[in-house]
Each structure stands twice: as structure tokens, then as C-alpha cells.
Design a protein around this ligand. Structure first.
Ligand SMILES: Nc1ncnc2c1ncn2[C@@H]1O[C@H](COP(=O)(O)OP(=O)(O)OP(=O)(O)O)[C@@H](O)[C@H]1O
Ligand SMILES: [Mg+2]
Ligand SMILES: [Zn+2]
Length: 365
């Protein structure tokens, strides 16, 4: 029986574990303001987005959240910072402290990398260090195996039969495709002489089979090895966004939408972007468990501590109650929506009688 298994669901339902309210709301002075936003159902509204804090944009479905945040705020600023975005939604102008940020990123749930050979570890560049570690081993030096031999993206060390995928797909008529283990490498993705190269008794395939948590433990044991320290440093952000259970070699194409979004978040937490950046999330909690939401909130706070700005579109009350600032749109969906119903702190929102969000939030505060 599973009675000894700790259930997070149970712990949350019983109230033993909960998402804590922040002790204080962050204060803000600087902002970027969108003037005259009129895309889709938006009623020519002026909205201030504070910088350096967490803003949550709320409202019923169809109230105009995505129109305002994605189509106007994100698209206009992306172009302002010299980037490329889809068509910008209708609005008048931007004003405020645009110069205090250097870029804006939309962190969506689309898959990372198109190739089935890409995975969270290649995305975070931890794999570059792992390949270097294997090329540094005595046997690799004797055999002339450079880091490229430990890649599954180029010819050399990978199994050519399956091109490093470990499986081959057989197309069947009138039936789902068959995915079979590669007969040449038996699913191990590399040629046998590459698999002979060991580091602390593990070959490259063994490492790819480790979860992020296991790999961090394994490489942390080799404290005097500077490459190992770099590997741990690059893997850590995946653990921080709650992806410690993912295997290093798990193909990107098999990650869920929420997992892909968190891999992208991990990339930003790894500090690849050191300039102040505005991060936009459209419903990041979709499909997430309470426990994951908690981890996600920690990650948002970490972004703020690095000097970034976070703007989240969200229905989830646990996220809404943790906001420093709320922008509530509505009051209804469609033509009866598109107005700015409220802007301010969660404590003020519950006093706003015309806001549906305020009514529901009352029970959480
Ligand atoms: N491309 C479009 N053409 C016409 N109307 C649109 C278009 N996109 C959205 N709308 C309408 O504009 C309104 C606001 O849509 P929007 O997607 O901004 O809502 P939302 O608040 O993000 O809703 P949800 O919570 O369901 O994502 C809705 O009534 C929607 O039907
Ligand atoms: Mg939307
Ligand atoms: Zn193979």
C-alpha cells in the first residue's frame, strides 16, 4: 500500500502545506504606461505596468488580458527594444521609464528546440560541459575523442544507425508508427568505443539516464574538478524551477507545455540575461500542481531579486494573492469587457465591488 508515500495533494487539501502570502508587497515608483490600448475589445485604456515587481493581470475569460499584455504591451516593447514580434495590437503610445529595462521576453509553453535530439540539458548548455568532461578522460585523449564525439547532433561518436536517438521509427500503414529500440546501439545512442569512456564508473549514456537531481548529486561529489562544478551550476536552475525529476537525456519534444515553459524560465534564472528584462507569462500555472505553483513563485521572486520585472496573466488565486500589483480587466468578457476595472494591491482589490476577481480573492486573504 502507498500509505507511507507523502502526497502533496493531500497536504494541500488538508491545509498542512500552503502557498504563503508574502509578508509585504514590494513598492514601486517606475513604470511603463500603455496609452489608448484599443486592440480587440479594449476600450482605449491607459495602463501602467510597474517595473521591478510582480504584476498579475486578471479578469474573466475574454476580458482582454491577452489583447493588452501580449498583443499590445509585449509586441510594442519588443519592437521598441529592437526585437521582432508579431503584429502589434492597436494602441496610442508608450510612455514612462522604458530605458530602465533593456529587453522584454514572452515565456510561452511552446516546445524548446525543434530537434528531437535537443533536451533541457542542451538548452541550458550543461551538456557542453559534460562533453568536455568526457573528452578530458585519459581514454578519450588516447583515442582522440574530442567533445564533439560525445554529441548526438554530429557524426563521429553517435550511433549512425539511429543518429543518436536510440530509437528508430517504423511507419506503419493503417497503424500508429512503431518506435523500436535501435538494434545497433541497443538504445544507448553512442558507438561502443565512446561508451567505453568512463568518469567515476559512468559512461555518457549513464549520465543522460540520470535525473537532474541525481546528476547534481553525482557531480557535486567531485568538488575539485572545475568542469564538474560548472555542470552543477548549469543544472541547478532546472532544480530551482521544479524540474529535478526530468532525465538529462529526455527529448524536448516529450516535455509538457508547463515543463517547456519552466525550462525557459530556468534558462533566464541561469543568468544568461543580466540586463534588466521584463518577463511576460500567459497563464503559467496551467496544468501545474499546487506544489509546482509554489516552486514557480520562488522562481518569479528570484527573477525580481536579479533586478527584472515580471508580468503574469493568471486566473489562479494563489498566484494573484502573491502579486505586488494587480491589473484587473473586465468587468465581463467580449464587448462588455476591455475596461480597466482596478489597478493596485491585492488588499485594495478585495474592496473593489465591481471586480469579480476581488470577490473571489477576499476568501484567500
Ligand atoms: N483576433 C481576434 N479577432 C477578433 N476578436 C478577438 C480576437 N482575439 C480576441 N478577440 C476577442 O477579444 C476579447 C478579448 O480577448 P482576449 O484573448 O484578450 O481575452 P483574455 O482575457 O486573454 O481571455 P482568456 O482568459 O480566455 O485567455 C474576446 O472577446 C475575444 O473574443
Ligand atoms: Mg488570454
Ligand atoms: Zn543506435
Amino acid at each position: 500500500m502507498n500509505t507511507t508515500l507523502h502526497s502533496y495533494t493531500l497536504a494541500y487539501l488538508s491545509g498542512e502545506e500552503k502557498i504563503e502570502m508574502p509578508a509585504t508587497r514590494r513598492r514601486w515608483n517606475n513604470y511603463i504606461e500603455v496609452l489608448g490600448a484599443s486592440e480587440n475589445n479594449l476600450k482605449g485604456i491607459d495602463v501602467r505596468f510597474p517595473l521591478g515587481i510582480i504584476t498579475v493581470v486578471t479578469g474573466v475569460s475574454g476580458s482582454g488580458k491577452s489583447s493588452l499584455v501580449r498583443d499590445v504591451f509585449y509586441a510594442a516593447l519588443k519592437k521598441y527594444y529592437g526585437g521582432v514580434a508579431d503584429r502589434t495590437g492597436a494602441f496610442g503610445s508608450l510612455q514612462g521609464s522604458m530605458h530602465l529595462a533593456k529587453d522584454i521576453e514572452f515565456v510561452d509553453q511552446n516546445p524548446i528546440g525543434r530537434s528531437s535530439r535537443s533536451n533541457p540539458v542542451t538548452y541550458l548548455k550543461a551538456y557542453d560541459e559534460i562533453r568536455k568532461l568526457y573528452a578530458d578522460q585519459q581514454l578519450s585523449k588516447q583515442m582522440g575523442f574530442t567533445p564533439a564525439y560525445f554529441s548526438f547532433n554530429v557524426e563521429g561518436g553517435r550511433c549512425e544507425e539511429c543518429q543518436g536517438e536510440g530509437t528508430v521509427t517504423v511507419e506503419m500503414q493503417f497503424m500508429a508508427d512503431l518506435v523500436l529500440e535501435c538494434e545497433s546501439c541497443h538504445g544507448k545512442r553512442f558507438k561502443s568505443d565512446i561508451l567505453d569512456v568512463l568518469f567515476k564508473e559512468k559512461n555518457i549514456y549513464d549520465v543522460l539516464e540520470m535525473t537532474v537531481n541525481q546528476a547534481i548529486e553525482f557531480f557535486s561529489e567531485q568538488k575539485d574538478n572545475s568542469t564538474c562544478r560548472k555542470i552543477v551550476k548549469r543544472l541547478k536552475p532546472l532544480q530551482d524551477v521544479g524540474l529535478g525529476y526530468v532525465k538529462l537525456g529526455q527529448s524536448s519534444s516529450t516535455l509538457s507545455g508547463g515543463e517547456s515553459q519552466r525550462v525557459k524560465l530556468a534558462f533566464f534564472l541561469a543568468g544568461e540575461k543580466s540586463e534588466p528584462t521584463i518577463f511576460v507569462f500567459d497563464e503559467p500555472t496551467t496544468g501545474l500542481h499546487f506544489h509546482d505553483i509554489k516552486t514557480l513563485m520562488h522562481a518569479f521572486n528570484a527573477l525580481i531579486e536579479k533586478g527584472h520585472t515580471v508580468v503574469i496573466i493568471e486566473h489562479n488565486l494563489d498566484v494573484i494573492k502573491c502579486a505586488d500589483h494587480i491589473i484587473d480587466l473586465g468587468p465581463e468578457g467580449g464587448t462588455a469587457g476591455g475596461n480597466l476595472v482596478f489597478a493596485g494591491s491585492p488588499e485594495e482589490l478585495v474592496k473593489c465591488k465591481s471586480s469579480y476577481t476581488g470577490r473571489y480573492l477576499k476568501e484567500k486573504l
